[in-house]
Ligand binder design. Structure first.
Ligand code: HEC
Ligand code: HEC
Length: 437
């Protein structure tokens, strides 16, 4: 981050200090900053998941992604207006796909728009999963996990109403052959309902529940469940690593196709790396520095954490995630030399901070922000033009969040630039249940 912070002032100095060798109207210094936002990113290597690039793991992950079979009872039923997934009490209605829909894998189902309804309302907006694997270490709005497979485990227990043994028993019943073929380990035979010792694995046990059933299991059985649960996440991650969009008009422009984007989008690109200083946080081809910042997003919406205890953002996540079995600090990481938790502390300055969102395909992935309360890119740029909200959020705003004094035309230009970041969608065969294909 420190490395990036000097870019913006430096760029402004360089941009004013001479215009030798203009590139399509950009100074050399401006062009260097703009072209550093391209080409379209690929999935980041993930040595913490041995199965990250295993096609059989990805196929199993794709099946699990589209499968509602392992979800638990719905708490908030369909009232005809909320886009609910079934009647209260019904099980087997929620899949990952329920909140990551369509070509861009966003939630356009839950209503009122903004946050997401699975078995219950969640207090943040569902982000796109297209290009999620281009983040290197922090996943989710607050970096609740530091790797994609660990992050993929969180919905099961938090928004899908199941448990660790619930998942592992499901894997045994429905996917045992594929699971064992991919991961090369046998699931414990006691997971079979008909096995005389099946009681060793209670049907719904998790260390997150206070009912004590997790602690009735031996340490070895707990480890067997955790290992299979981690592998469930690794299969889901292998699938999500394939969800990468292709080059956008902006990339074709940087590659030399001068007419690939409009004059307005080009002016917007200059504002993005210059006057509007967006690049200070939205850096590199992913357009995210993967750090946490307080931008002052007001907590607006029926299901967000409102006054007086506004969403604590990153600060609220650190303590929880450092004790989590499935971070890179835990034993299910396949490459302990990668440990993103080193140096992470519970820093109160991170109160109200959120991970910088990548901006690839952003025109297709609204509504915006962790609250989902901004519905157009123009509203987002107006939010920045005002220097963020003045109240209604936790924490102290980043010093970069100051009014930008952009004209109406400059706001249009920034929007046009953001619209030039839409790449080609992921292949259609990845957007359906492979079993039903
Ligand atoms: C409520 C509907 C819902 C369901 C069902 C759901 N998700 Fe999500 N997903 C969300 C929300 C909301 C977030 C953002 C949570 C946060 O960061 O606080 C999210 C975030 C994510 C992220 C992180 C994205 C990023 O930008 O870093 C991944 C990966 C993910 N989900 C995968 C899955 C998988 C895999 C499943 C199924 C096992 C799943 N989701 C099921 C709503 C859902
Ligand atoms: C101080 C760092 C910082 C700066 C400067 C910054 N952003 Fe952001 N941006 C963020 C963070 C953090 C988020 C996520 C905020 C949240 O949801 O709470 C975000 C979210 C966004 C989103 C919403 C993405 C989505 O999918 O919901 C857009 C669009 C965006 N920024 C564009 C811009 C533009 C354009 C500029 C320049 C005018 C800019 N940003 C400047 C940090 C920054």
């Amino acid at each position: 981050m420190e490395k990036l912070r000097w870019w913006v002032p430096m760029a402004l100095v360089l941009a004013c200090s001479g215009d030798d060798g203009l590139v399509d109207g950009f100074t050399q210094a401006e062009w260097e900053l703009v072209s550093a936002l391209s080409p379209a990113p690929q999935a980041a290597p993930d040595p913490t998941n041995k199965f990250a690039d295993d096609p059989a793991a990805a196929t199993l992950g794709q099946r699990l992604f589209f499968d509602p079979g392992y979800s638990g009872p719905i708490k908030i039923g369909d009232d005809g207006t909320n886009g609910g997934l079934g009647a209260a009490g019904e099980s087997g209605k929620v899949s990952c796909r329920s909140c990551h829909l369509g070509e861009w894998m966003i939630d356009d189902r839950s209503r009122p728009a903004g946050t997401s309804l699975a078995i219950d309302w969640f207090f943040r907006n569902s982000p796109t999963l297209v290009n999620v694997a281009t983040y290197e270490k922090w996943f989710g709005w607050v970096g609740f996990n530091d790797n994609l497979w660990g992050k993929s485990l969180i919905p099961a227990e938090f928004v899908m109403g199941t448990t660790r043994t619930g998942i592992v028993r499901y894997l045994y019943t429905k996917h045992r052959a594929e699971y064992e073929a991919v991961f090369g380990v046998a699931l414990p035979p006691e997971l079979d309902d008909a096995h005389p010792e099946t009681g060793r694995f209670p049907s719904d046990a998790t260390p997150l529940a206070a009912d004590g059933s997790w602690s009735t299991m031996s340490a070895a059985d707990q480890d067997a469940v955790n290992l299979a649960y981690a592998n469930f996440g690794k299969a889901l991650a292998a699938y999500q690593r394939l969800l990468i969009s292709g080059p956008a008009p902006f990339d074709r422009y940087i590659a030399g196709e001068t007419a690939a984007i409009s004059a307005s989008a080009k002016r917007g690109a200059r504002l993005f790396i210059g006057k509007a200083a967006c690049v200070a946080c939205h850096a590199g081809p992913t357009m995210s520095d993967e750090e946490f910042h307080v931008t002052g997003v007001e907590q607006v919406g029926a299901h967000v954490l409102g006054a007086p205890d506004y969403d604590p953002g990153r600060f609220g996540a650190i303590g929880v995630y450092t004790g989590w079995d499935f971070s890179t600090a835990g034993k299910y990481n396949d490459d302990p030399s990668v440990n993103h938790s080193v140096g992470v502390t519970e820093d109160p300055a991170l109160t109200g901070a959120f991970r910088t969102k990548g901006l690839r395909n952003v025109a297709m992935t609204g509504p915006f922000m962790h609250t989902g309360h901004l519905s157009s890119l123009r509203e987002v740029v107006e939010f920045y033009n005002a220097g963020g909200a003045s109240s209604g959020f936790a924490g102290t705003k980043d010093p970069l969040m100051v009014p930008l004094n952009l004209s109406e035309g400059e706001i249009d230009d920034l929007v046009a630039f953001l619209e030039s970041l839409t790449g080609t969608p992921v292949p259609a065969e990845l957007l359906q249940d492979p079993a039903g294909a």
